[in-house]
Design a protein around this ligand. Structure first.
Ligand code: ATP
Length: 590
């Protein structure tokens, strides 16, 4: 046995009218859309038919909307107005018909956000005029009034809901009709005033020069989005019937915040906050576009995320990429200014895109230990692009590497290491990572006699620092003013974090962490500098206690210079060393 769902109309009307839409403002959009569709339908049979839409607010708070559209017959009124979800704008197979804005058969219900009662008086051709009255509780009535409408078309009358009268007031209706309908190809009036302005922002007015158009678009961005753009980019994606412009933001945008765009559907404003129109990396622009092919969701706050939208996204992304490439070709100053604002977006793009990577290579100044340089400049001067993959490593190694005449790029900022690691795929260049271990290899070894001489010190220092998890070595390197160098490589840092977390974890969590800890094979290093007089003195005190204080003191100082956190063990070593040295310096109490 099969049954059909039973529906409580009050619930459905309430759901569709109040909960689907973000704001009551959209009732004007839905009325406009129905009027436009009705005129479009009429013109399908009579291309010369006049197209007029007029909002008529009245003193008693009631709003009337007249259109010269196709109207409805009595049976259509029963079928379409009185059936939720039934629309004349779908074909026999249920597909949205291309020429219409509507498709779901629910838009009129949005009027119940502001009205208790909706009246429709309509005439289709020479059929008798029909009157339909619908209430928000789901009741409706249909009559054939004696009085005929003077011409085919429809008048929708909204009787305000208590407390919502302001939505139907003349000033509000004028603002909303202009907001949603100013670009419609059909004249819209509120009272006697025309609210359609005709020219879409991306179009070119008759006799308008490129410069005038640019100035007009700049004013548009300022008025609509509240900023003077860095530049304007024309956009087109024919597969989605998309035309429009992108305004490049004049200030950095947060890449984590999804950018919302102003989207028109067949020249009627759908929403100001449509997301997903552009690829996520394009967070440096805001767009205003019109589409004839993309489909809106029922609430019309978003575009239906289907294959076509994905294709459009790619095409629009290509357009922006092309603009960036042209910017580089036309003038380095402009591109530098753009990168100074939006380098994060461009770098995000360059992670997957060789052309953008070449742009970064050519124009973006990286921090290096020989001053700020673009990768292209760095490559010209030093051949190999040698870099550190983390900020910490750069800070630790930059001065020492500079003293060894090893120019070094800091690739520790967001995306940089990824970009450097695939740089040679896009540009003909040699690229190398410089790890702390590599750097130690480049520091001079002591000659055999010196090495023999410092061996007792190395053994003692290693014993003292074992509990700190560091490996002790002695090398001779510049700058000679640096007594000891603390080098932490990425894996050692990770293992260190794991061990610290393991110490404070409970049984279960601790055993999970054990999976990641690999034991002590990867340790950080403390390299004593044989060229530094103080370090050399520490190596030959002949006083075990004093050596201990010196080793612990130099270790903690190197740790701080490398901007590493002080562990409890390091803090204890620091205290011991400082207090011990103080007490030695002041002599035994008398
Ligand atoms: N002004 C009008 N003139 C002629 N027919 C109309 C008018 N307004 C509504 N209709 C008819 O009523 C039907 C339902 O309208 P409604 O606005 O609820 O949905 P829709 O426009 O079909 O789709 P959507 O929910 O996407 O807006 C329409 O399909 C149309 O046939």
């Amino acid at each position: 046995m099969s049954f059909t769902f039973r529906v409580d109309l009050r619930g459905v009307v309430d759901l569709l009218s109040h909960h689907l839409y973000a704001t009551p403002r959209v009732y004007v959009r839905e009325l406009l859309q129905n009027a436009v569709d009705a005129i479009t339908a009429r013109r399908l049979g009579d291309p010369a038919a006049a197209g007029e839409i007029r909002f008529e607010p009245s003193g008693d708070g009631v709003l009337r909307v007249h259109d010269s559209g196709i109207g409805l017959t009595e049976s259509q009124v029963h079928e379409l107005l009185a059936t939720i979800g039934r629309s004349s704008k779908r074909d026999d197979l249920g597909f949205a018909r291309h020429e219409f804005l509507g498709q779901f058969g629910i838009g009129l219900l949005s009027c119940f956000m502001v009205a208790d009662e909706i009246r429709v008086v309509t005439r289709c051709g020479d059929h008798p005029t029909v009157s339909w009255v619908g209430h928000s509780d789901g009741r409706y009535s249909v009559e054939l009034p004696g009085e005929q409408r003077a011409a085919p078309g429809t008048t929708v009358t909204l009787v305000p809901r208590r407390g919502e009268e302001h939505w139907l007031a003349e000033a509000t209706v004028r603002e909303l009709a202009g907001f949603y309908g100013s670009m419609l190809p059909i004249g819209v009036r509120v009272g006697d005033d025309e609210v359609t302005s005709g020219l879409a922002p991306w179009e070119t007015g008759a006799g308008e020069t490129a410069q005038q158009r640019r100035a007009r678009l700049f004013s548009y961005a300022e008025e609509v989005f509240g900023f003077v753009p860095f530049d304007v980019v024309d956009l087109a994606a024919p597969e989605g019937g998309v035309r429009g412009v992108a305004f490049v933001l004049p200030a950095p945008a947060n890449p984590a915040v999804r950018v919302a765009h102003r989207v028109y559907l067949k020249q009627m404003l759908l929403s100001e906050s449509v997301e997903g129109l552009l690829p996520p990396w394009a967070f440096f622009v805001r767009c205003v576009v019109d589409t004839t092919e993309l489909r809106p969701t029922a609430s019309r706050e978003a575009l239906y995320d289907d294959g076509l939208l994905a294709q459009v996204r790619d095409t629009l992304g290509d357009g922006l990429r092309g603009w960036l490439a042209r910017l580089g070709a036309s003038g380095p100053e402009r591109l530098r200014a753009f990168l100074a604002i939006h380098h994060l977006g461009v770098k995000a793009l360059a992670v997957h895109d060789d052309e953008m990577l070449r742009l970064v290579h050519q124009w973006w100044p990286f921090e290096t230990n020989v001053g700020p340089l673009t990768l292209a400049e760095f490559q010209d001067r030093y051949g190999v692009v040698r870099y550190t993959a983390s900020l910490d490593e750069f800070r630790q190694m930059a001065p020492v590497a500079a003293a060894q005449r090893i120019p070094l790029v800091n690739a520790g900022y967001v995306y940089d290491a990824e970009l450097l690691s695939r740089l040679s795929a896009a540009v003909d260049t040699a690229v190398e990572v410089l790890s702390p271990a590599d750097l130690t290899l480049r520091l001079d070894h002591l000659d055999p006699a010196e090495a023999e001489e410092v061996r007792p010190f190395t053994v003692l220092a290693q014993r003292i620092l074992d509990r700190q998890g560091v490996e002790v070595t002695v090398r001779a390197f510049d700058p000679a003013s640096l007594p000891a160098l603390y080098l932490l490589d990425g894996d050692a840092a990770f293992q260190g974090d794991m061990l610290r977390a393991r110490e404070s974890a409970d049984e279960l969590w601790g055993s999970l962490l054990d999976v990641f800890t690999t034991g002590a094979e990867s340790r950080s290093q403390l390299v004593f500098n044989h060229r530094n007089p103080l370090a050399r003195q520490a190596m030959s005190t002949g006083d075990e206690e004093l050596t201990r204080f010196a080793v612990e003191g130099l270790f903690t100082q190197a740790l701080l210079l490398a901007r590493q956190p002080m562990t409890p063990a390091a803090t204890a070593a620091y205290n011991q060393s400082f207090l011990g040295l103080l007490s030695r310096a002041m002599g035994a109490p008398r």
